[in-house]
Design a binder for this molecule. Structure first.
Ligand code: AMP
Ligand code: GLY
Length: 430
């Protein structure tokens, strides 16, 4: 079976790499892919080919899948899901893994997902949703806790403003509603109670009824060491988080993930695909910060290397509603990934820098993100350039492997965090 992966980041490279290991898969196509998504087949790994495509051109993607005789399509980013790529493929009888447009609202509209959580009794921060500035400011006057102000729509992970004072909250509301800082994504604003505690990403595969967790992980969203600097798409991740026990995972499945799958089925929008629950472990218990309707980036670059089971088989079982019969197995040990970014990211940065040393990172694995193949040279073409994943018997070994790999790779003005996973390492030592 040929498989098509839609998207171009490190997440999609990791999806293609894992799908290529399946006995069911003869070839992987990635549209539009990146400088790392082309390889020839070898023992135990199907070949992979980068093909032209635009993640917002739903009819073009469907035509591509049909022309290539693709048997399974897997969607990386949220934008095509929110545009209804799954609905279009289903209508044409093509097999695709991901939620429908209706189910993808869990990510595409924070106002929808907060109201859904309130209705289902899923633990989340106190909140209000607003379209007008006057009501939003009146709400701020009526509460006496710190808040986080969010654009409701898709804003590439940037639509969240964590406020230290009420004045900052007023400024954030003004920015989003009056100054349209996030464009139409800010037509609705969510104001929620600011919570504290460590965060956790739990990705579950869902078939509309049944949900099974993949290994849990932790992202590092801030640009610089010590969780300083601006928010980014994610600068590194590790899995599992050693101090988080199975009891916490069971609780998230019971109080957050399963009620979401049950609630969406009741709303006639059955959830099929990866449901990503972003959770905060607060002093008052677990609280859901957000849902994403897809694999996380860079969480996927650690979650899939830890997955022992066949991903293609899992996706087909989810599409066919038979996940109950599937066991999700993980490898023992840990995985850690460190993102190498272009100097200046998440602000402005240069592109077209030649990347060297990519062949020397073994036993670590490089997942390409913002890279392109320019006449045989791999050059930078985005903010997050690549992620180097190490695995090992424990978190320290996985980190050592990832950082040894990172040392081998070079490009002008490369930046990366040197403290991925350190909070858990220090936790273990204390
Ligand atoms: P979101 O895209 O909604 O997950 O928000 C992005 C990041 O903002 C999260 O990973 C948190 O670090 C932070 N954040 C979101 N909501 C809250 C909240 N209610 N309290 C504190 N921090 C939050
Ligand atoms: N790592 C955060 C996200 O994928 O949204």
């Amino acid at each position: 079976m040929k498989v098509l992966v839609i998207g171009s980041g490190g997440r999609e490279h990791a999806m293609a790499w894992k799908l290529a290991q399946s006995n069911l898969v003869s070839e992987v196509l990635v549209a539009p892919g990146n400088g790392g998504t082309t390889w020839s087949g070898q023992d135990g790994l199907a070949p992979c080919r980068t093909v032209a495509g635009n993640v917002e051109d739903i009819q073009g993607l469907l035509a591509l899948a049909q022309q290539e005789g693709v048997g399974l399509t897997a969607v990386g980013p949220e934008v095509p899901l929110a545009l209804g790529v799954v609905d279009a493929f289903q209508a044409a009888g093509a097999r695709i893994f991901g939620p429908t447009q209706a189910a993808a609202q869990l990510e595409a509209s924070k106002a929808y997902s907060k109201r859904f959580m309130a209705e289902m009794g899923i633990p989340t921060a106190e909140f209000g949703t607003f379209t007008g500035k006057a009501e939003a400011l009146a709400y701020l006057d009526s509460i006496d806790h710190l808040v986080v102000v969010k654009a409701s729509g898709l804003a590439a992970g940037k639509g969240v403003i964590v406020c230290d004072t009420k004045d900052e909250a007023i400024a954030a509301v003004t920015d989003i509603i009056d100054d349209k800082r996030f464009g139409a994504a800010g037509d609705q604003v969510v104001i929620e109670e600011r919570l504290t505690g460590p965060e956790l990403s739990l990705l579950a595969i869902c078939d509309g009824k049944t949900a099974k967790p993949l290994i849990h992980s932790r992202d590092h969203k801030r640009a610089y060491d010590g969780d300083q600097g601006p928010n980014t798409g994610g600068m590194g991740a590790y899995a599992p988080v050693p101090e988080v026990g199975q009891d916490v995972i069971d609780e998230i499945m019971a109080k957050v993930v399963q009620p979401t799958v049950d609630g969406m089925a009741k709303r006639d929008a059955p959830y099929v695909g990866i449901l990503y629950a972003g959770v905060m472990l607060t002093p008052n218990g677990i609280k859901t910060l957000e849902f994403n309707c897809r694999f996380g980036d860079p969480e996927t670059q650690v979650v899939l290397p830890m997955l022992k089971s066949d991903l293609a088989e899992m996706m087909l079982a989810a599409i066919d509603g038979r996940l109950n019969d599937v066991t999700v197995e993980n490898h023992a040990g840990s995985a850690a990934t460190v993102v190498m970014a272009s100097g200046g990211y998440p602000g402005s940065y240069a592109k077209g820098k030649v990347i060297s040393g990519l062949d020397g990172v073994e036993p670590a694995t490089v997942f390409h993100a913002g890279t392109a193949d320019k006449n045989g040279d791999i050059v930078t073409s985005g903010g997050r350039v690549l992620a180097v994943t190490g695995t090992g018997a424990d978190l320290q070994q996985a980190l050592d492997s990832a950082y040894q790999g990172i040392k081998k790779v070079n490009f002008d003005k490369a930046e990366f965090r040197t403290d991925i996973g350190q909070s858990s390492i220090e936790n273990q030592q204390s």
